[in-house]
Ligand binder design. Structure first.
Ligand code: AMO
Length: 434
C-alpha cells in the first residue's frame, strides 16, 4: 500500500498507511491514543484492548516515543480526534526504534535550554513550529530568486576560498590551503564585481559568508547567508535601491502567499511593504537620534541605541523597512564610490527593518586610480588584490549592488530576537557543532 501523508488522511479512502515518528503515547488503561507525526502534520492512532490485535498492542507497549513507525489501518471519523479523524490500526511496524530517554521533548511539554536544543538540533527541528521557520526561509529565498530572475539577473556561484579579506581587516578565518595562506570569503563582493568586468551585467548569488566576529550578539553569526546582487550601467545607487526594494517586497509577498499556514502556526501576521520604501539620509538619522537624546558624532557608525531611536521614529511614521543613505565615506568599505559632488559622503545605503541592519549597498568605484587611492588611504595591503584590481584596467562599467543578510531578514520579519533560531545549524564563536 502507498504511503499517505497524515495531512491527507480522511480524503475519502477508508484504509491508509502512514509513516512517521511516534510523537505521543497516552495510556488510558484499556484504550491508548498515539500520535504519528510526519513532515505535513499529525494523526491520532487509537488502539483498544478489546478491538486491536494483541500483537499490535504488545508492539505499541514496547515502542518508545519518537521511534519511526509504519501504521496501516482503517480511517474512522472521531470529532474528538485532532483533525476529526483517527486510524484504527491493523498493522503496526517499528522501522527504527528510539532510545530512551530523549535528549529533549519535541512535543514541547518540557522546556529545554537553548544549548540542549542546539546540541540536539535534529530533535529540536521535529517541533513543528521550529521547522515552520525553515519553510518560511525557503519561501523567502524563492521570492528573491523569482524577483531577480524576472529582472534579468543570472544566478552565479563564486569562490568561497580566497586570498584576501574584503570587509574588514581582522575578521577573517584563515584556512590551511596546501602551503599557502587562504581565507573563507567575507562576502561575494570582489567576485560579483569581477563579473561586471566580465560583462554579465546583472548577477545574484545566495551565498554563505564568514566573519570572525569578536562580539557575541543575538544579531551576529560567524557563518551567515547573504542575498547578493550586482548590476552594471547604473546612473547611481538609486538604481540599485529600486531593485532592492522590489526584492524585499517580493520576498515578503512570496512568504505570505506560499507559507501563510506556517506564519499562522507561528502566530505571525506580516504585511507586504508598499513601495517605494522610505529613504532618509545618514545626516537625517543623526538628527532624529539627537532629538531623542542619543547624539552620534558625524562620521561615526550609528550604534544600536541611536538606531533604536531612529527606528522608533520610522515605525511611528508607519515604516518598518527604511533605507539610510549617503553614509560618510570613512564609515564604508574601500569599494564604495565617494559622492563626486561632496567626497565626504559616499553613494551608499543600508536597508533596515526596525533597528536591524539588513543590508548594505551602493555604487562602486569603477575608476582604477580612485580605487587604488581609497585602498591606500584605508591602509590596506594590495599585494593579494591584484586579481581584483586587474579587472578595472580594461574597461569596467559603472556598477553597484547590495548584500542582504538572509538570516537577519528572516529573523526580523518573524520578530525573532535571536538570529540563531532561523539558522539550521548555527555557527557562532561558541558553537561549531553539530
Ligand atoms: P556588510 O558587511 O554590511 O556589506 O554585510 C551585508 C549584510 O550581511 C549581513 N551580515 C551578517 N549577518 C549575520 N552575522 C554577521 N556576522 C553578518 N555580517 C554581515 C548583514 C549585513 O547588512 N559587500 C557588502 C555588501 C554590498 O555592498 O554588496 C557587505 O558585505 O545583514
Amino acid at each position: 500500500m502507498d504511503r499517505t501523508y497524515t495531512s491527507d488522511v480522511g480524503g475519502g479512502s477508508d484504509k491508509v498507511k502512514v509513516q512517521g515518528w511516534l510523537r505521543e503515547k497516552r495510556d488510558l488503561g484499556s484504550i491508548k491514543f498515539l500520535v504519528v507525526s510526519d513532515r505535513k502534520g499529525e494523526i491520532q492512532i487509537t488502539v483498544k484492548d478489546d478491538e486491536t490485535d494483541k500483537s499490535i498492542l504488545d508492539v505499541v507497549d514496547s515502542t518508545p516515543r519518537e521511534s519511526v513507525v509504519s501504521v496501516e489501518g482503517l480511517v474512522v471519523e472521531n470529532s474528538q480526534a485532532p483533525g476529526g479523524v483517527e486510524i484504527h490500526p491493523d498493522a503496526f511496524e517499528v522501522i527504527s526504534k528510539s532510545k530512551k530517554p530523549l535528549p529533549l521533548d519535541p512535543r514541547g511539554k518540557q522546556d529545554a535550554n537553548i544549548d540542549t536544543r542546539f546540541d540536539n538540533r535534529f530533535m529540536d527541528l521535529r517541533k513543528k513550529d521550529r521547522m515552520a521557520i525553515f519553510d518560511i526561509r525557503d519561501a523567502a529565498c524563492r521570492g528573491a530568486r523569482n524577483c531577480l530572475e524576472k529582472r534579468g539577473f543570472m544566478e552565479i556561484h563564486t569562490p568561497k576560498i580566497t586570498v584576501s579579506g574584503t570587509e574588514g581587516g581582522a575578521e577573517v578565518f584563515p584556512i590551511i590551503y596546501y602551503e599557502r595562506e587562504a581565507f573563507l570569503v567575507q562576502s561575494a563582493q570582489l567576485y560579483k564585481q569581477l563579473m561586471q568586468a566580465g560583462g554579465a551585467e546583472r548577477v545574484y548569488e545566495i551565498t554563505p559568508q564568514w566573519r570572525a566576529e569578536k562580539s557575541r550578539t543575538p544579531r551576529h553569526l560567524t557563518e551567515s547567508w547573504s542575498v547578493d546582487m550586482e548590476m552594471s550601467f547604473i546612473d547611481d545607487q538609486e538604481d540599485v535601491m529600486k531593485v532592492h526594494e522590489e526584492v524585499v517586497r517580493d520576498m515578503v509577498e512570496f512568504v505570505v502567499k506560499t507559507a501563510g499556514d506556517k506564519l499562522d502556526k507561528l502566530g505571525i501576521d506580516i504585511e507586504v511593504p508598499e513601495l517605494p520604501l522610505k529613504r532618509i539620509t545618514y545626516d537625517e538619522a543623526l538628527e532624529i537620534a539627537e532629538e531623542e537624546g542619543e547624539k552620534v558624532e558625524w562620521g561615526e557608525d550609528i550604534g544600536i541605541k541611536a538606531m533604536r531611536k531612529v527606528s522608533e521614529r520610522m515605525e511611528n511614521q508607519g515604516h518598518d523597512f527604511y533605507f539610510i543613505k549617503r553614509w560618510p565615506s570613512n564609515t564604508k568599505s574601500f569599494y564604495y564610490r565617494p559622492d563626486p559632488g561632496d567626497k565626504k559622503y559616499s553613494q551608499t545605503f543600508d536597508l533596515n527593518y526596525r533597528s536591524w541592519e539588513l543590508s548594505s549597498g551602493g555604487q562602486r568605484i569603477h575608476d582604477l586610480d580612485l580605487l587604488e587611492k581609497r585602498i591606500k588611504d584605508q591602509g590596506m595591503d594590495t599585494s593579494n588584490m591584484q586579481f581584483y584590481l586587474d579587472a578595472f584596467r580594461y574597461g569596467m562599467p559603472p556598477h553597484g549592488g547590495f548584500g542582504m543578510g538572509l538570516d537577519r531578514f528572516v529573523a526580523s520579519i518573524l520578530g525573532i530576537e535571536n538570529i540563531k533560531e532561523v539558522v539550521l545549524f548555527p555557527r557562532t564563536p561558541d558553537r561549531l557543532e553539530p
